[in-house]
Design a binder for this molecule. Sequence first.
Ligand code: F6P
Length: 358
Amino acid sequence: MLRIGMLTSGGDCQALNAAMRGVVKGICTKRDDVEIYGFQDGYKGLIYGNFSMLTPKDFSGILTRGGTILGTSRQPFKLMRVPDADGLDKVEAMKHTYYKLNLNCLVILGGNGTHKTANLLREEGLNVVTLPKTIDNDLWGTDMTFGFQSAVDIATDTIDRIHTTATSHSRVFIIEIMGHKVGHVTLHAGIAGGADIILLPEIPYDIKAISDVIQKRTKAGKKFTILAVAEGAISKEDAKLKKKEYKEKLAKRKYPSIAYELAEQIEKTTDKEVRITVPGHTQRGGSPCAYDRVFATRVGAKAAELILNQEYGYMVAMRDGEITKVPLEEVAGKLKYVDPKCSFIQEAKMIGISFGDE
Ligand code: F6P
């Protein structure tokens, strides 16, 4: 008997269901002595022993469905060893559930925080295989995460829709795109949507450079300017602050997010009216795009192969177009940032896109 525990953790994204379907199809094509334990709401289900017994039928017809049939939650890594209200050590509780159910392995779908915990469970002796999910595409060790391409499509569609109204009213539009720490979604959607200015957490901006671009465009007869701004975009001034000081500054910010702060500064320094659009969680919602369906199915199938071969302690990844495996200890705790010096940024600059830095 092969007993598999499965959970999805962290912020959801498109193609989680497609990936789980890939895993289950891959395993159940080869074996019929399989028990699948679906833990509810991420690590919470493993901690408190909340699960349902699932059959291959439960994974049928979910390829195109957004969200996750298992539910998810954020369980911060730094709190994993902090006892809960009842004094329960969460790591010990997870181990307890694992051994009580006599599981052969855990299949964990998640992003950065999830991988830190998955690696901790590996260090504690549990058999773990993980799958790379997140719209942010910021997981170290893989060229791609599922959810990313779908989110880029949605953010691009938002920019496309803004274009016509921006032209009619001669306005400046800011589209705030998800990504607190990294700007992959903003960079891709910004390019795909034809944004004039792209602001990323990795490239601190100067408000004067932004105003100059807007004014130059006005002088050149362009009626509008579109900014694709990552949630975590930061000014050059703020980038000099210590992490703690910046956090305190953010806590006191009178605006809900960076887009509003920028809008005020742009209205002050140009004679343009500014409007803000925040697609927010729509970027994680709805059906996965075709790319994500294919990619999630491929990584799901690879996870099945690892489990059938009893190869544990790996994240399934994409490297140079091939689906492969990366040791969990190499992945955990590392982020994949946009490299400000990469050719992608240079190409964007070549065609006149400003990153607000010069
Ligand atoms: O980690 C993915 C992500 O979508 C980020 O881009 C975004 O900043 C964050 O999650 C939002 O998280 P929450 O769902 O907790 O609001």
